[in-house]
Design a binder for this molecule. Structure first.
Ligand code: M6R
Length: 613
């Protein structure tokens, strides 16, 4: 999940590349590099300085020669080869004229490298990507132009790629190609761009196009043309971009995470907007599956990763309770490889903020191949997931930049619960009045989230008092369980502390052995029906010396007697509670991370969009 940018025909090549890389850092930041290309000359700079890589590259480029109208840039998330300068992109061929940048994994790189070395090619990195530079070099030596050389090279490559290639012997041309890893083309008068995602070129290009799998694009200043791997011309799909650069800025907050946590009421409002007609029917703009088909769904399978998986777990409770449909929730990376059963009437729902997570895309493709109808829940309009699905429900949370997902979670839960209500409507499993009341309850969640956000400093105070703790268990029951999983994920990815989420009733089946003084147990106790059971679980951990933090509703006065710390939230319908209860847990994780001096927007070892398996 590296970031890719390229430009041809620009009067500000270096500025374009460095600005684009800064916007792409959330995709990976182990190292960064650029190559500037003009007739007869390829100039390259690379830096491996962790989260400071793009800044270091900027300094390195102060001595760059001027007058280059074309170039490519890359920010890396290491897969093959340590995060060191020699493994940073761009990689060059033996002559130093051809430069390539690559996102993805070349699965047969060992075999290809052996063949190329046997022909005399000298490698200077231990990456899988470098084989691409030498493969193109071979084809160029055989007399092919750059586009044909890239196409020929890709015929022998297995794996995933979004790549861009330049050659000083055919300057002012970039050839790019995609299989699985995302890639977009941007155009402006006299200048053409390529990027792994739109923000990198958002304020430079005026029109954007998605490259699909196995397509090869030749970019020149005057425009672009595209062929498939057989050499047949194809047209690109123009993208609808409904956000601007301002939405991608921090909006006056210290960091994107704070901005995005605070945007949750807006995200909820936008997700629910215009989704109920006057007659009470719940509607989705891009629901391209007929009502009859939806009514006849026999089973639902939700596939997702990370935070999106936790939103999917919440949806299981709602779909089963309201629509009376059996639901399985699968970790996307597991679904594809376990020979899943897809019977007639199976509806698969892929949930992904980015719509580009490769595990989720591949799981959806597998489900489709086996005959399932598929719906994408995506936050990014025209994402790969959205384009490949039979229907889409957009979460409309706005661009999420921070690696730790926050507003996407609440928007996903809202969208999925809305879908559950629609299915209940179609299947007549709930009385219309109940559906109306639930819809109104869902609309009220934004205000409850807002109230919870106003209590930010009380949560930060608890985090400050627990700053020395190293082990955390998050527990809950019913939908409090996925909330606990999400609270634990937030804490571990942001603060690098050990945090585990558990169903509260499961502690006594093993993890209780780990409870001792110093361990913190965070319990979600907002569901009255589950309260007594969780209090018993809390008694068990208290007896063994744990410090207890609870998320509890304003009206639960007695909870203070069992907890060392209470994080208060307004009471809500239990099925909606994850959207409210997660807020203090997000703030808690954020505050712990800040207290420990972590980079909250860019936690170590992670990337915002995971486009490798
Ligand atoms: O874009 P997606 O929703 O498909 O991303 C899935 C996960 O990679 C993502 O939620 C990840 O777990 C976040 N870092 C969690 O905060």
């Amino acid at each position: 999940m590296c970031g890719i940018i390229g430009v041809v025909g620009s009067n500000d090549t270096l500025g374009t590349l460095l600005q684009g890389l800064a916007r792409l850092e959330y995709r990976g930041y182990d190292s960064a590099g650029i190559a500037l290309v003009r007739p007869g000359q390829t100039w390259r700079a690379r830096c491996a300085s962790g989260t400071e890589s793009v800044a270091a590259l900027r300094v390195e480029c102060e001595d760059a020669p001027t007058g280059f109208r074309s170039g490519i840039g890359h920010t890396r998330w290491a897969t093959h080869g340590a995060p060191e300068a020699q493994n940073a992109h761009p990689h060059l061929d033996c002559s130093g004229a051809i430069a390539i940048i690559h996102n993805g994994i070349i699965e047969n790189h060992t075999e290809l490298r052996g063949q190329l070395e046997a022909k005399g090619h000298i490698f200077s990195s231990v990456t899988d990507s470098e084989v691409l530079a030498h493969l193109v070099e071979e084809s160029r030596a055989a007399g092919l132009d750059l586009m044909e050389a890239v196409r020929a090279s890709l015929l022998v490559v297995r794996g995933a790629f979004a790549l861009a290639v330049m050659d000083a012997n055919e300057a002012d041309v970039i050839v790019a190609a995609r299989r699985i890893s995302p890639l977009v083309v941007g155009t402006a008068p006299g200048v053409t761009y390529i990027a792994s995602d739109v923000p990198a070129i958002l304020d430079r290009a005026s029109a954007f196009y998605a490259v699909d799998d196995d397509e090869v694009v030749r970019l020149a200043p005057e425009g672009f043309r595209v062929i498939d791997l057989e050499g047949v011309p194809v047209r690109l799909h123009q993208l609808t971009i409904d956000w601007n650069l301002e939405t991608a800025e921090k909006g006056g907050y210290d960091d994107f995470m704070t901005k995005e946590i605070n945007e949750q009421p807006d995200a909820l409002r936008a997700t629910l907007l215009d989704r109920r007609r006057r007659d009470g029917t719940i509607t989705f703009d891009e629901m391209r599956i007929s009502d009859d088909e939806l009514r006849d769904v026999k089973r639902v399978v939700l596939v997702a990763a990370g935070t999106s998986h936790h939103a999917a777990l919440v949806a299981k409770y709602a779909l089963e309770r309201w629509a009376r449909i059996g639901v399985d929730v699968d970790i996307a990376s597991e679904y594809r490889y376990r020979d899943p059963i897809v019977e007639i009437g199976t509806l698969v729902i892929g949930v992904s903020q980015s719509g580009e997570t490769i595990d989720t895309i591949q799981a959806m493709r597998e489900a489709k191949r086996r005959g399932a109808r598929v719906i994408a829940i995506s936050n990014i309009v025209d994402s790969s997931l959205a384009r490949e699905a039979d229907a889409v429900i957009y979460t409309r949370a706005g661009l999420e930049v921070s690696v730790a997902s926050t507003k996407a979670f609440v928007a996903q839960v809202a969208a999925l619960e809305l879908l559950a209500l629609r299915l209940a409507q179609l299947r007549a499993t709930l009385p219309p009045d109940d559906i109306d009341a639930l819809f109104l309850g869902l609309k009220a969640v934004g205000a409850q989230v807002k109230t919870t956000l106003e209590r930010r400093s009380a949560v930060a105070q608890v985090a400050a008092e627990l700053i020395g703790a190293r082990d955390f268990f998050f527990i809950g029951r019913h939908v409090g369980y996925p909330t606990a999983l999400e609270g634990a994920l937030k804490l571990k990815e942001l603060s690098y502390l050990h945090a585990e989420g558990y169903p509260a009733g499961e502690l006594k089946h093993g993890p209780l052995a780990l409870i001792e003084p110093g361990v913190v147990v965070v319990a979600v106790v907002t569901d009255r029906a589950m309260r007594e059971k969780i209090l018993s679980n809390l008694a068990e951990v208290k007896a063994r010396g744990a410090t207890v933090v609870v998320v509890a509703t304003d009206d639960d006065e007695a909870i203070g007697a069992v907890a060392d710390y209470v994080l208060r939230v307004p009471a809500t319908e239990p099925m909606f509670s994850p959207m409210v209860d997660i807020v203090p847990l997000q703030i808690f994780a954020y505050s712990m991370a800040r207290g420990l001096g972590r980079n909250v927007d860019r936690p170590r070892n992670l990337a915002k969009t995971v486009t490798v398996e």
